[in-house]
Design a protein around this ligand. Structure first.
Ligand SMILES: CC(C)(COP(=O)(O)OP(=O)(O)OC[C@H]1O[C@@H](n2cnc3c(N)ncnc32)[C@H](O)[C@@H]1OP(=O)(O)O)[C@@H](O)C(=O)NCCC(=O)NCCS
Length: 142
């Protein structure tokens, strides 16, 4: 049985390996620092899907008081197409709605545009907005 639960510290290596396999680790983000930072802000919204004691999916969810966000959505390649990605997004939506969050936003890297069609099947639409960012703390992925 697969269950979705909050992240525990001893999931770290499995989670980073899953993110690397899923192509989500980029040189400008250190995944270990990303995990450490998330554990200081709404750690209960950092979701892990576990199947027979193995980490098979993740979703890093947050609510900033105006919008909800999902980062690091990933499913183990061997388990894709079984509804787990959808289940992680539904759990993210449920937890955010429970907190009074009116809208969920997420960003898709331009190099990963193929996944936009998948998000559309879940009811997500591109917003008429350009995403801007400014790095405040430099990281380098190990
Ligand atoms: C995106 C991702 C999380 C989806 O996880 P998943 O567990 O395979 O998703 P689900 O099983 O819930 O959904 C699969 C369904 O979507 C469909 N689907 C998959 N890719 C699709 C696409 N590009 N466009 C439209 N539908 C797609 C499948 O056919 C399947 O449909 P079915 O249930 O009718 O058979 C997974 O592919 C992944 O980890 N990708 C790499 C990391 C990534 O890109 N994350 C998003 C960062 S923004």
């Amino acid at each position: 049985m697969t269950r979705i639960r909050p992240f525990h510290g001893d999931d770290t290596e499995a989670v980073v390996a899953l993110w690397r396999d899923a192509g989500l680790v980029v040189p400008w983000n250190d995944p270990y620092r990303d995990i450490e930072r998330k554990l200081t802000v709404q750690p209960e919204l950092f979701l892990v899907a576990e199947h027979e004691a193995s980490v098979v999916g993740t979703a890093m969810v947050g609510y900033d008081g105006h919008r909800g966000w999902v980062n690091y959505l990933a499913v183990d390649e061997a388990r894709r197409g079984t509804g787990l990605g959808r289940a992680l997004m539904h759990e993210a939506e449920r937890l955010l709605a429970e907190r009074g969050c009116p809208k969920l936003n997420l960003q898709v890297r331009s190099t990963n545009a193929g996944v936009i069609e998948w998000y559309r099947t879940l009811g997500y639409e591109p917003d008429d907005a350009v995403s801007l960012g400014k790095r405040l703390i430099p990281d380098t992925a190990p």
